[in-house]
Design a protein around this ligand. Structure first.
Ligand code: NDP
Length: 451
């Protein structure tokens, strides 16, 4: 049995359905880093994997709040503080009915390696709640955020743990959370990132993840001697923060984006997505993309109920480059086959773990350039760290400075991932390159810091 198989076996005990995505992420990493484990036995001797796959702590708490009808509502809140070998815990908060401990463990585990790849001093964490902001009034969202922070504030701080946004948590939620943190602690400090610009946020934080995905893809295509994105057809899934900014940057550099989607369905517009309209439709969180075709009759809307079994219609549209940017496990093996048959050259993950392991294996076996989330979407957390730096020094960076540093960071990550893959005999495999490079830095810090 190989070292990787042996390690995976140890962690299979006590698995439950809720933990499936976590085990999926963990197995991918362990198989991926096998060349590193085999080249140096110190990672096994120091029990790094045993230590890394268990969060430092999981904080789980009750969130009680009153809705607009003065009825008592109860949700569950979480913060998974996974690893702080490289710096304070750092990772987003997700508010979505699907949130549970397993999903947050998966996201927190991925965050450790992602944050390590940025080269910045930040550890890994994730948190959130099963609260659904959709259909709630502003006042209800505020009351929920206030109640959530009443508990969470005990565990966070600029040198301890700095949460940010994720699905369902944008500038509005971060504003309410920050306001409550400030009130409880009487301290105006950068304990959260993703704040609106006028009270401590960084320029470009909203754009950072999406723009970063495009910067990474440009670098990857250059390294792999492929044609650039300019003038090419691209497909994007999602219509949230990440997807909208991927579309915006792609359009800015002259690519044509022909799809976007949400949890109800997909829009295909062969003339190119009307971004202003999608932003307008999605600014009301309850509006479906279906309204798009009312004013754009050349476009087609397909509701989820009409997707072929086991497929997502976005990935059946011919494209040069594909960008899954909605959520985990939204690009399956059948989708990968469709992309390959339609001549797709690159797939870049804007969302966390949107592609299933079989889909990734198929894409890689057909030499499709594949940019994994932990490298490609690290731009968001990188600019979050820039926000922490600005808050700590009470300064404000210009848009040009943030954009320059974001671009530099994404190019650095891409080169490092490509070089690491080459060094460990898996040239062109950005999944293995990212896992090995991210893991090695954290693991070396853990060894240096003792048990
Ligand atoms: P948003 O909440 O802004 O948007 C999420 C998008 O995905 C929406 O279009 C939503 O549709 C859709 N979606 C959510 N859940 C599902 C589902 N189960 N099935 C189909 N569609 C779904 O989130 P973000 O754009 O911020 O995040 C998207 C992804 O990117 C997530 O995986 C997140 O972890 C990752 N990410 C985000 C970062 C950031 O800076 N925001 C940083 C790094 C990673 P609808 O509008 O109908 O709900």
């Amino acid at each position: 049995m190989s070292i990787a198989e042996n390690e995976i076996r140890k962690f299979e005990h006590g698995n439950c359905a809720e933990n499936n995505v976590f085990y999926q992420a963990m197995e991918e990493v362990i198989y991926s880093i096998a060349p590193l484990l085999e080249s140096d036995d110190k990672y096994i001797r120091f029990g790094i994997l045993d230590r890394l796959v268990v969060p430092d702590r999981i904080i789980k708490f009750k969130v009680t709040w009153l809705n607009d009808d003065n009825q008592v509502q109860v949700n569950t809140g979480y913060r998974v503080q996974f690893n702080n070998a490289l710096g304070p815990y750092k990772g987003g908060l997700r508010f979505h009915p699907s949130v549970n401990e397993g999903i947050l463990k998966f996201l927190g585990f991925e965050q450790i390696l992602k944050n390590s790849l940025t080269g910045l001093p930040i550890g890994g964490a994730k948190g959130g709640s099963d609260f659904d902001p959709k259909g709630k009034s502003d006042f209800e969202v505020m009351k929920f955020c206030t109640a959530f922070m009443t508990e969470l504030h005990k565990y966070i701080g600029p040198r301890i743990d700095v949460p940010a946004g994720d699905i369902g948590v944008g500038a509005r939620e971060i504003g309410y959370l920050f306001g409550e943190y400030k009130k409880i602690t009487s301290s105006y400090e950068g304990a959260l990132t993703g704040k609106p610009y006028f009270f401590g946020g960084s320029l470009m934080r909203p754009e950072a993840t999406g723009y970063g995905v495009v910067y990474f893809t440009q670098s990857m295509l250059e390294i792999e001697n492929k044609e650039p994105l300019e003038g090419k057809i691209c497909t994007v899934s999602g219509a949230g923060n990440v997807a909208l900014h991927v579309i915006e940057k792609l359009q800015e550099i002259g690519a044509t984006v022909v799809t976007c989607s949400d949890s109800h369905g997909t829009v295909y517009d062969p003339r190119g997505i009307d971004l202003a309209l999608v932003k307008e439709l999605k600014s009301n969180r309850s509006t479906s993309l279906e309204a798009y075709v009312q004013t754009h009759t050349e476009a087609k809307y397909t509701p989820v109920s009409e997707y072929p079994e086991g497929e997502h219609v976005v990935w059946n549209v011919p494209c040069y480059a594909a960008f899954p940017c909605a959520t985990q496990n939204e690009l399956y093996e059948a989708d990968a086959r469709n992309l390959i048959e339609n001549g797709c050259v690159s797939v870049s993950e804007g969302a966390n773990m949107p592609s299933t392991p079989n889909a990734i294996a198929l894409l890689q076996s057909h030499k499709v350039c594949f940019a994994p989330a932990k490298a490609a979407n690290a731009g968001g957390v990188a600019v979050s760290e820039f926000e922490m730096s600005q808050n700590a020094s009470m300064s404000k960076w210009s848009y040009e400075k943030v954009n320059f540093k974001l671009q530099e960071t994404m190019q650095m990550i891409c080169k490092r991932v490509a070089l690491t893959a080459k060094d460990y005999g898996v040239e062109g495999n950005y999944v293995d390159g990212a896992n090995i490079a991210g893991f090695k830095k954290v693991a070396d810090a853990m060894i240096a810091e003792g048990i």
